[in-house]
Design a protein around this ligand. Structure first.
Ligand SMILES: [Fe+2]
Ligand SMILES: [Fe+2]
Length: 137
């Protein structure tokens, strides 16, 4: 897992949050690889949950104020991410395997960020272009 600028959706604050969550997943990956004790992993997971919950709330507020037509569906998929994060924590406590982390990464990042988040970004880009970062001249 490596961050790539092509992952950006174009809204600076959102991209910074995605990147932060990405980095927290990498820290968990390293911790599993090093076979850190559970309390270390648990701490990293609580940091992940904190960044994720903040980010999901920011996105939902943004979609609310911009009257995004897909808000309900997007909010539901955030609910599923929160559930998956809790499941990830349970699984890692039982068996700290990188495979569980990769599964979560696929659901959150590949399916959600590169799917649903890109969809709302396309809407915002059309309706509120001012919130997008201007391309460097
Ligand atoms: Fe997001
Ligand atoms: Fe989202």
């Amino acid at each position: 897992m490596k961050w790539d600028n092509s992952f950006a959706i174009g809204i600076e604050a959102i991209d910074n949050q995605h990147r932060k969550i990405f980095e927290r997943l990498l820290a968990i990956e390293n911790s599993i690889a090093k076979r850190d004790p559970w309390h270390v992993l648990n701490f990293l997971l609580s940091q992940l949950a904190e960044s994720m919950k903040f980010h999901l709330a920011v996105e939902e507020s943004l979609l609310e104020v911009t009257r995004y037509p897909g808000l309900k569906g997007h909010r539901d998929s955030h609910g599923r991410i929160v559930d998956l994060m809790a499941e990830l924590e349970e699984k890692l406590e039982r068996a700290p395997s990188e495979a569980f982390l990769v599964g979560f990464f696929e659901d959150w990042f590949l399916r959600h960020v590169l799917g649903g988040d890109r969809e709302y970004a396309a809407y915002l880009n059309q309706e509120f272009p001012v919130i997008f970062r201007r391309k460097a001249a």
